[in-house]
Design a binder for this molecule. Structure first.
Ligand code: SF4
Ligand code: SF4
Length: 447
């Protein structure tokens, strides 16, 4: 099989994109790291300036200051929708990080190990099994709550809190919902695994189970199946642990990301489905970029473009389908937009419209829902202090909004905000919108 060679100077291929920046500065106010650090080199404009200097050979890709300001970028892409020139910041950032990596820049050890594991399905599945065992002991929950309420939790305590935040717990505002959810899992019918005989392609959609979602949020994946089928489609699940490559691309490991993308493309083609759905905003955003990632691959170029055109975030797909009724729920629910849903895919009103179909549910968007919570893939591992400061601000908004339950559609955000609430002992339940809707659907059907 023909494979394109690894680009030796990846930023040179991005010069056209870099030149579209006209230095107007409209993006500065949208950038969380510029707001926090106040340094032009930590703004989109400043980073683009540094990238252009590397692309034009005026600065070494291995320069320490280049690495620092790239690493401090969240990759949240909040700078893209506001840019009048249409600079594709997310894509050039990935190439810049690849250039930095090829020049000998190294990622944090923990981050590097996590990426290696995500690339190997068997290793990853073993890791998830161990983490689920650890989670079942409730030790992570005890560790999360053991420290001081104020101040920044240490790395280990926060990691344990993130794991604890993925558990099903029937507490707080969502107690009733989480009990109903068990019935959702039991009532699954009509779903099939990839490789089994599948229903006609006409009504068949493929679900990407993902890596973190299939490892720690399996109940959300089951809820997604239930909800999609209730909206008239049959589902086929792509293999659990199939990673879309988003984390690798964001870290500049583009060859690994492309290899993972090819696997997703092949699995989707084998499924015979018409559409590909994901319930993770980071995955849907990445798959929409496959056409770009594989544009120089003669074997996969067209296949990647096809998959990019056929992938939908589940929220985007659900809102286009009407007629489903939900049981009423008296609750004031906060909503926080995942960056890769809002900025990368420009999906803004759809989650609110979808949740708005639940009778009596009052949905309140957080005041700065467009601001990153600090999760940003492996950012929490690589830049814990900045990540925690963004989280502190997010939790202050939760308080300001006066909500005790919050919906958000990305595993990183669910874990980050959930862990923040646990370590600070805040009365806050964090839930994926799909999980909430599936439980109400079940309640509606049975009631
Ligand atoms: S808004 Fe766009 S064109 Fe203006 S400085 Fe920012 S990236 Fe450059
Ligand atoms: S991706 Fe986010 S953090 Fe990075 S420059 Fe753009 S707005 Fe700032």
């Amino acid at each position: 099989m023909i494979r394109p060679r690894v680009e030796e100077r990846p930023l040179e291929s991005q010069v056209d994109d870099l030149l579209t920046c006209v230095h107007c500065g409209f993006c500065l106010a949208s950038c969380p790291t510029y707001e926090l650090l106040g340094d032009e080199r930590d703004s989109p404009r400043g980073r683009l300036y540094l990238m252009r200097a590397v692309a034009e050979g005026r600065l070494e890709a291995g320069d320490q200051s280049f690495a620092l300001h790239l690493d401090q970028c969240l990759g949240c892409r909040a700078c893209e929708p506001v840019c009048p020139s249409g600079v594709r910041f997310g894509l050039v950032l990935e190439h810049a990080r690849e250039a930095r990596a090829l020049a000998g820049g190294v990622l944090d050890r923990g981050a590097r190990l996590a990426l290696r594991v995500f690339a190997k399905r068997r290793l990853q599945n073993l890791l998830w099994a161990l983490l689920r065992l650890l989670r079942a002991t409730r030790l992570p929950l005890l560790v999360a709550r053991a420290g001081r309420r104020a101040g920044t939790p240490g790395r280990l305590r926060f990691a344990m809190a993130m794991l604890a935040a993925t558990a099903r717990r029937a507490k707080g505002e969502l107690r009733g919902i989480r009990r109903r959810r068990r019935r959702v899992g039991r009532s699954l019918r009509g779903s099939t695994r990839a490789g089994e005989r599948t229903p006609p392609a006409e009504d068949l959609v493929a679900l990407l189970e993902g890596c973190v979602m299939s490892g720690l949020y399996r109940y959300v994946n089951r809820a997604t199946e239930r909800l999609v089928r209730a909206h008239g489609a049959m589902t086929v699940n792509l293999p659990a642990g199939l990673c879309c490559g988003a984390l690798h691309a964001h870290a500049g490991e583009l060859e690994e990301a492309r290899a993972l993308a090819r696997r997703v493309i092949r699995a989707f083609e084998r499924s015979g489905a018409k559409l590909l759905l994901t319930n993770s905003a980071g995955c849907s955003a990445a798959i929409k970029d496959y056409a770009e990632w594989l544009r120089d691959d003669p074997v996969y170029r067209k296949r990647a473009a096809r998959v990019s055109s056929l992938v939908r975030d589940v929220v985007e797909w659900l809102v286009e389908r009407s007629g489903q009724r939900y049981a009423a729920l008296q609750l004031r629910l906060g909503y926080d937009a995942p960056c890769h849903l809002l900025h990368a895919q420009r999906i803004s009103d759809q989650p609110l419209a979808l949740l708005g179909r639940v009778p009596q549910l009052e949905v309140v968007e957080l005041p700065r829902s467009d601001r990153c919570c600090g999760a940003a893939g492996i950012y929490g591992l690589a830049r814990p202090q900045l990540s925690q400061e963004l989280l502190r601000r997010k939790l202050a908004e939760v308080k300001q909004a006066g909500v005790r339950a919050l919906a958000t559609g990305n595993p990183g955000c669910l874990m980050q905000i959930g862990a923040g609430a646990l370590t600070r002992r805040l009365p806050l339940d964090v839930i994926h919108p799909v999980e909430l809707l599936a439980a109400l659907l079940e309640a509606g059907e049975s009631g």
